[in-house]
Write a protein that binds this ligand. Structure first.
Ligand code: NAD
Ligand code: ZN
Length: 385
């Protein structure tokens, strides 16, 4: 089969590999019909993510048709059309079963060494780093899915790929940002990052009847894309002044909730990026401090943009004195499926507007470059294996 492999900084290759097989009774193997490139993929593309190994199969947003089923799997059969969660839960550890925190599963990433190195350990994730278990990813013609009863969602044939696929990650993640931020009726929400995740956080906030939604980015074409499809949003381009100063003009006292949908790979000082991975020195996390300064007193800082390693220069004083709350995390995708699938089916949420490019998987390496460099007004890419 064909698969996209990581071979180093900005080096993604299409490689021929053996088709994976069911190796555990809880596995399924699917034939991938659609897979997307995510902002999270830029972390290893730029080689900022620890724990990558040459030859890793990448990709964590994918869907397809079930080809082979392990004997203990109950919820899906051969021929079913499914979407996978990017995070791999087991459903039986305390995090999965008691907290519905599938993205903190204790059984799918046993890398104690990573925990010792980085001070934390998340669940396993598809097609990411060995820091998250080193599971083969779905930017491939076939992929093996462990604990299939937990990590697959059957989707109706009538739901097109471009609506179903984004249930693997970015729609639940946009939703998760608003859940952590306790976004509700009439509230003002400011979102740093007008990528696919920021845009779907905006759509989720609108669904929850937020009063004002402000998207912040440095790319005019992304802000225009958002405005075209969500006329209710306001936009700020940080090329016209800092986000903080522009927000202070727009919102008296500051937003009720601020959402981080950018991630550490956009931090200004690339030296810091490399250093903070080994905890030697730190990135001043300018966006996080800006958010702490911008949010109203007593407000909530919600972080879905990915951060790795340590950061000093963090404004703990303002955080404490303003009485803020902060929440962050990889999204427990499976927790939100029962809520989000019906909303997508009814058309009350429609993530498909983020899609700008749909190409064969052979163009994967080229599309990583296009997506990273913001060429050709790219917002979201689907690869067809
Ligand atoms: P993306 O790279 O397409 O979008 C990020 C956007 O942030 C870009 O449009 C960029 O121009 C903008 N940006 C850069 N610097 C900025 C600044 N200083 N202020 C405001 N905007 C700025 O990525 P995406 O796919 O939308 O993902 C966004 C983040 O969410 C990434 O860090 C990704 O890893 C993370 N993510 C997290 C989860 C999760 O489970 N928590 C899931 C998916 C993605
Ligand atoms: Zn993703």
């Amino acid at each position: 089969m064909k698969a996209l492999e990581w071979h180093g900084t900005k080096d993604i290759r299409v490689i021929e590999r053996p088709v994976p097989k069911v190796t555990d009774p809880n596995d399924v193997v699917i034939k991938v019909t659609a897979t997307a490139i995510c902002g999270s993929d830029l972390h290893f593309y730029l080689n900022y993510t620890p724990g990558m190994q040459k030859g890793d199969v990448v990709g964590h947003e994918f869907m397809g048709i079930v080809e082979e089923v392990g004997e203990s799997v109950k919820s899906v059969r051969i021929g079913d059309r499914i979407v996978a969660s990017f995070d791999i839960g087991c459903s039986s550890c305390t995090y999965c079963s008691n907290h519905k925190l599938y993205s903190s599963c204790d059984n799918t990433n046993d890398s104690k060494k990573q925990e010792a190195l980085y001070g934390h350990r998340s669940a396993g994730m598809f097609g990411y780093t060995h820091m998250t278990g080193g599971w083969d990813g779905g930017q491939a013609q076939y992929v093996r899915i462990p604990f299939a009863d937990t990590n697959t969602l059957k989707v109706p044939d009538a739901l097109p790929d471009k609506k179903a696929l984004f249930l693997s990650d970015i729609l639940p993640t946009g939703w998760h940002a608003t859940e952590m931020g306790q976004v509700g009726e009439g509230q003002t929400v400011a979102i740093w990052g007008c990528g696919p995740v920021g845009m779907l956080a905006a759509q989720s906030a609108h669904y929850k009847k937020a009063g004002r939604i402000i998207l912040i980015d440095q790319e005019d074409y992304r802000l225009s894309h958002a405005k075209k499809h969500m006329p209710y949003v306001e936009t700020i381009n940080i090329k016209n002044g800092t986000a903080l100063s522009q927000l202070q003009q727009l919102v008296l006292n500051g937003p009720d909730c601020v959402i981080e949908a950018v991630g550490f790979h956009y931090a200004k000082n690339p030296l810091h990026k490399a250093q903070m991975l080994v905890g030697l020195e730190t990135d001043p996390s300018e966006i996080l401090n800006e958010m702490i300064m911008a949010v109203r007193k007593g407000g909530i800082v919600s972080i879905v943009g990915v951060y790795v390693g340590l950061t000093n220069g963090f404004n703990i004083g303002a955080f404490m004195e303003k009485g803020l709350r902060m929440a962050g995390g990889q999204t427990p995708v499976q927790r939100y499926w029962p809520t989000l699938l019906p909303l997508v089916e009814k058309g009350e949420l429609d993530p498909s507007f983020v899609l700008t490019h749909e190409v064969p998987i052979d163009d994967g390496p080229k599309m990583y470059k296009v997506f990273n460099e913001k060429q050709d007004n790219c917002v979201k890419v689907i690869l067809r294996p």
